[in-house]
Ligand binder design. Sequence first.
Ligand code: TMP
Length: 235
Amino acid sequence: MNKCEQLYEGKAKKVFATEDPEYVIVSYKDDATAFDGLKKGTISGKGVVNNRMSNYLMKLLEKQGVPTHYVEELSDRETVVRKVSIVPLEVIIRNVSAGSFAKRYGVEEGIVFAEPTIEFSYKNDDLHDPLLNSYHAVALGLATREEIENIKNMAFKINSVLKEYFKSLKVTLVDFKLEFGKLSDGTIVLADEISPDTCRFWDSETNEKLDKDRFRRDLGGVEDAYEEMMKRVFK
Ligand code: TMP
C-alpha cells in the first residue's frame, strides 16, 4: 500500500491517505507535548517505540476478541490502519491513583483501587479536553447511549487483557487513555495508540516511572524509560 497525500498532522503522528479510501497510513513522530501543547520537546526514538509497541498490543487485543484499527506494520515508524472517524471522547481507565485523579480528589498517588474506574473527556483542545459523563456525551451528540455502552465494555476488557500482560513484564498498568473510531459501516474499533505516551507504567518492584510522566514532570531519563518498555515488550 502506498502513501499518498497527507490528511492530517497531530501532535505525535501524521496521517496519510492511501489509494484505498478504507485505509490510511500513520507515521509516528518523536515530537512530544504536554499540558495541551504548552510544553514541547522531542523524545528521541519515541516514534519507533510507540509504533511498534502499539501494534504489538493491538494484535494481542485482536486475539482476545477486541476489534482494532490495526492492519499492517510497514516500517519502524509507519503502519497501515483502517480509516475511522474518531469518536471525540478520551476514555481513561485507572487501576491505581495518579495524575489528575490524585490532584482532583486530593489523594496520594499509588492507591490501588479495588475495581478499575472509567472516565470520559471531550476531545477538544480549545476547551482543554473537559471531563464529562456519558449523559453529557449523548446530549452533545458525541456518541449514542449504545455506542458508549459498547465503548465502556471494550475499555474494561482491554484493561483486563493489558493489566495481566504487563504484570508478566513486571510492570504495573496504573492508568491509560483510549480512543475509539467508527468504520464506514458504523462498527466501533479501538483506534489511536497504546504506548508510554498514553499509559502510566510503573516498574512493579520499584514503582519507577517508565512512561511520559518522566517528560511531563522533568524527571530525566525519558528516552531510557521508553527503551526499557520496548525491551520488556520485545524481550
Ligand atoms: P491524567 O491523570 O493526566 O488524567 O492521565 C490519565 C492517563 O491518560 C495517563 O495514562 C496519561 C493519559 N493521557 C493521555 O494519553 N493524553 C492526555 O492528553 C492526557 C491528559 C492523559
